[in-house]
Write a protein that binds this ligand. Structure first.
Ligand code: GTP
Ligand code: MG
Length: 227
């Protein structure tokens, strides 16, 4: 759990929060952190189990169906800032109701067909509820951004209670992740809107998408030779 930054203190001061309120907020975040980190652990384990089975020669038998899993609980500072943008106060109830990306998992797959195969398997599990799917692979963002964003809900069993907790799962391929990471870094630096550079960035997304499809076709040919 991270320690609140000066910037967070400033945001709270702007809202005329007293020091004891700040302590209350930190305490509340500490409890939320346990809930959200636990929900991340549950989903991450489910993904690792699917990956382990798929690596077995008897199933898909391809290593690295899931190339990498990254996780994070949204920092207190980011939560407060996001609520601020929506003109909302901080409380656990409001966070649970209004924010669906406090628990975040990014799963990076090798190939695009793996994305849907893993999601279908996860969604079929009896304790997993899919609340929302935003498919920016079928419908890329104007920036060129591609990824599958899914909001899941799972029950987590604690010492004396069971809580249903939301987790945002972003699924993308290695190629999509390469693009998103670099574009994110560049867009940060791009101070004013530059239509030419934006268009060129968007074109790189198309190039990467073509490259990725070609790799997939080559993989299919090789698999067909083995069978
Ligand atoms: P948020 O308030 O940002 O959560 O908006 P939203 O709920 O509409 O979420 P959206 O589906 O747009 O996804 C937000 C997340 O997707 C961001 O935190 C980024 O990780 C990623 N993302 C969305 N658009 C882009 C983009 O154009 N470039 C990059 N690099 N990442 C993006
Ligand atoms: Mg979001």
């Amino acid at each position: 759990m991270e320690i609140p930054t000066e910037e967070l203190v400033k945001v709270l001061e702007k809202r005329n929060k007293q020091p004891d309120t700040l302590l209350q907020i930190i305490d509340e975040y500490g409890r939320m952190f346990i809930y959200y980190q636990s929900a991340i652990d549950e989903i991450e384990t489910k993904l690792k189990i699917i990956d382990r089975e798929l690596s077995n020669p008897g199933t898909i038998g391809r290593k690295n169906v899931i190339h990498q899993i990254q996780t994070r609980v949204k920092s207190l500072e980011s939560i407060v800032k996001k609520l601020e943008r929506k003109d909302l106060q901080f409380s656990r109830e409001i966070v649970e109701k209004e924010l669906s990306d406090v628990a975040g998992i990014r799963m990076i797959c090798s190939y695009i067909d793996d994305i849907y195969a893993v999601l279908d398997s996860l969604a079929a599990q009896s304790d997993v509820t899919v609340l929302e799917i935003k498919d920016y692979i079928k419908n890329p963002k104007p920036s060129g951004y591609r990824s599958l964003h899914v909001i899941l809900e799972i029950p987590v069993f604690f010492f004396k209670e069971t809580k249903r907790i939301k987790v945002e799962l972003q699924i993308r391929t290695i190629a999509m992740d390469f693009w998103a990471s670099l574009e994110h870094g560049l867009r940060y630096k791009l101070e004013t809107d530059d239509p030419d550079l934006s268009r060129r960035l968007e074109q790189t997304a198309t190039t990467i998408s073509n490259l990725e499809n070609e790799m997939l076709m080559i993989r299919s040919k090789i698999e067909a030779q083995i069978e």
